[in-house]
Write a protein that binds this ligand. Structure first.
Ligand code: PGA
Ligand code: ZN
Length: 427
């Protein structure tokens, strides 16, 4: 049973405070987990509690969330069986009492939820992916590596579209996929330098060049893939997250780099053209978080040919995903633990997606720590694909490195998801 829960403020990859929680069990087991933080956060996400004290970290301190763990949550959970994940998460949800975890903070609640799961796995002497997923958790996901950053992750100095990812689904193992991704990443740097682009990176480790359109990164990435000797489309696909809520205003989409403002229908036309020209297999947040009518058009036009993922639209929330299924607006949901705030609710979101035949695309946040919980979770929930940024920078590669360890540990039992992991990708 749990004998101690201790939270503290640590720094994330952007140098902002975040919550870390340690759990101690009566058997002597200790575990630790930390919480990530988004920059292009959806308005419907669970609340990330910040102190708002301008004298510390520009208001971004998390001392209140830390105190909520140590003073409010811990006393309630001492003595609980760490294996009772759903009960513990349910207790915290009840203790909070709000629909969006505004009182205690999703960052406080999630830190506890994750450290308890890890402690229980350690006590059971099981790797986290087997503890969460059972003995059949053996499939390694396709890594979607974000090698070109734009939008808010590049302070609007580059493309409007936030993420351009490479998906080496043609590899025969996770390890090989990561090797291909790393080679493409380095080839892209050479392509950019040859063209006189700067090669500074954005929040997720991808390059952040100034471009004159949102099509240009696709062209550059195809060149980088070809430079490594791999085949765009056959070996490696491209996934895009325009994170379009960030440039949606007054009912229209404002493409700053292209100096034009377009409607939802015109955005869909644009995506259709890009998908026909480049090997794009997944489009996330192609339209904005409350543009349900636009999403209906998007899914009707493109849902039959690629995976359409809702991130800001669904925020890992079963109520919003359920509406999405009913209204047929997408065919996949992004899965981010801290958008909803507990492991139990995250698992429920993945189950709902699977039941509907939808994809579930597990994701890191742009502000990360070295915690690799999502690597194990992706294998446990058998979601087939995840995104964790560029194949560079410690907080990004730690997830990929953990997946290589898992693959090695599984040995002959391991299998690599490949292209079938993408909804509608096998045409
Ligand atoms: P965020 O971006 O972590 O900054 O919200 C990730 C995403 O939009 O998928
Ligand atoms: Zn997104």
């Amino acid at each position: 049973s749990i004998i101690k829960l201790q939270a503290r403020e640590i720094l994330d990859s952007r140098g902002n405070p975040t919550v870390e929680v340690e759990c101690t069990l009566a058997c002597g087991v200790k575990a630790r987990a930390s919480v990530p933080s988004g920059a292009s956060t959806g308005v419907h996400e669970a609340v990330e509690l910040r102190d708002g004290d301008p004298k510390r970290f520009g208001g971004k301190g998390v001392k209140k969330a830390v105190a909520h763990v140590n003073e409010t949550i811990a006393p309630q959970l001492i003595g609980q069986d760490a294996r009772a994940q759903a009960g513990i998460d349910g207790m915290m949800i009840a203790l909070d009492g709000t629909p969006n975890k505004a009182k205690l903070g999703a960052n406080a609640i999630l830190g506890v939820s994750l450290t308890v799961a890890r402690a229980a796995a350690t006590a059971a002497d099981l790797p986290l992916y087997h503890y969460l997923g059972g003995p059949n958790a053996v499939r390694l996901p396709v890594p979607n590596m974000n090698i070109l950053n734009g939008g808010v992750h590049a302070r609007w100095q580059g493309a409007d579209f936030q993420e351009f990812m490479v998906a080496p689904y043609g590899a025969s193992s996770f390890r090989e996929a990561l090797e291909w991704g790393s080679e493409i990443y380095h080839a892209l740097r050479t392509v950019l330098m040859d063209k006189g682009h700067r090669v500074g990176v954005g929040d997720e480790g991808g390059f952040a060049p100034e471009v004159s359109s949102n099509e240009e990164p696709l062209e550059l990435i195809v060149q980088a893939i070809e430079k490594t000797g791999l085949k765009p489309g056959a070996d490696v696909g491209i996934a895009m997250d325009p994170a379009s809520s960030a440039f949606f205003e007054d009912g229209n989409y404002h493409l700053r780099t292209e100096k034009r403002t377009v409607s939802a229908g015109e955005m869909v036309d644009y995506y259709e053209k890009l998908i026909k020209t480049y090997p794009v297999v997944l489009l996330e947040d192609g339209l904005a978080e409350d543009d349900w009518e636009g999403w209906k058009i998007l899914n009707a036009r493109l849902g039959g040919i690629i995976e359409l993922v809702g991130d800001d639209l669904f925020v890992t929330n079963v109520e919003r995903i359920n509406r999405g299924i009913r209204e047929d607006v997408a065919n996949a949901a992004l899965i981010k633990l801290n958008q909803i705030g507990t492991l139990t609710e995250t698992v429920a979101a993945v189950r709902m997606c699977k039941k509907a035949g939808w994809g579930a695309f597990v994701s890191h946040r742009s502000g990360e720590t070295v915690d690799s919980f999502i690597a194990d979770m992706t294998v446990a929930l058998d979601t087939g694909h995840l995104k964790s940024g560029a194949p560079a920078r410690g907080e990004r590669v730690e997830k990929y490195n953990q997946l290589m360890r898992i693959e090695e540990e599984l040995g002959d039992a391991a299998c690599y998801a490949g292209k079938e992991a993408y909804v509608r990708a096998v045409r």
